[in-house]
Design a binder for this molecule. Sequence first.
Ligand SMILES: Cc1cc2nc3c(=O)[nH]c(=O)nc-3n(C[C@H](O)[C@H](O)[C@H](O)COP(=O)(O)O)c2cc1C
Length: 268
Amino acid sequence: MRWFKNLLALPNDNTKKTVLVALLLCLVCAVLVSSAAVVFKPLQIANKALDKKKNILEVSGLLTADANMDALFEKFEVKVVDLATGEYVDIDPALYDQRKAAGDITQNITLTAAQDIAGIGHRAKLATVYLLKEDDEIKQIVLPVHGYGLWSTLYGFISLQGDANTIQGLKFYEHAETPGLGGEVDNPKWRSQWLGKKAFDEAGELQIEVVRGKVNFEKAEAIHQIDGLSGATLTSVGVSNLVKYWLGEHGFAAYLDKLRTGELSHGE
Ligand SMILES: Cc1cc2nc3c(=O)[nH]c(=O)nc-3n(C[C@H](O)[C@H](O)[C@H](O)COP(=O)(O)O)c2cc1C
C-alpha cells in the first residue's frame, strides 16, 4: 500500500493523483452499482410478480386496502390457452411468459394489417388466463390485453364476469401516455364506467367501444359504450381497438365461445 500512501502524499492538483483518484472512484461506483443490480434482482422479480397479482385483483374488484395479496390470488386458477383453438394447453403457467413469447418468432404469429387493429404487429400463440371460481363455477375471467395508444403500448388486464360478456373492469399496469391526457386511462372514475358494460350484443357480435365524447344513455348501444377521454382521442381509440382486438376473433373469441357453451366451464 506504499504506492497508495505516496499517491495521497502528492498535492491535490497533481495530474497523476487527480486521474488515479477519479479512476478509483469509478471502480468503486461500478462495483457498487453492479452489486446492487445483482443483489436486488430477486427482489425486483418478486415485486413484479406481486404487482401483477395486485393488478389482477384490482381489475376483478377484489383488492382492498388491507388485502393479503398472495392469499387472495390463491383464489385464481391460472391457465394457458391456445388462442387459435380456444383450448387449454398443458403448460405450467408459472413457466410461461406471454410477453416474452410475443417477441419470439417460434412462439408468435404475425398479424396482417387488417387484423392488427391493436397496433401490436405480432402476438403470442398462447395466452395466460386467470379464472376466479366459486364452487367450480366461473365468476370471473381475467385476460391480458395490450395495444398501441398514442405514445406507447398499453399493457393491462380486462376482467369479464362468468357469462364471458359482462365486463368487470379494465386496468392498465404499464403505459407511457401523457399524464392528465391519455394517462387518464388510470383514473378510477373513468375506469369505473367499464363495470357492467356488455362486450357482445345478444347476437354475439362484439360491440364494446370507447366513443368520442360522452355516451348517450338514451340510446340502446350505451350498454356497450364508454366515454372517450377528453383531449386524448388517440389514446381512447387505441384502448377501444385493443379491447376489440383481444375480445375479437384474432384474440380470445374462440376461448370465450367455448366458455359460453360450457365446453370449458370447469377449466379442464
Ligand atoms: C404534449 C402533448 C401530449 C399529448 N398526449 C396525448 C395522449 O397521451 N393521448 C392522446 O390521445 N392525445 C394526446 N395529445 C393530443 C393529441 O396530440 C391529439 O391532439 C389528440 O389526441 C386529438 O384528440 P382531441 O380531438 O380529443 O383533441 C397530446 C398533445 C400534446 C401537445
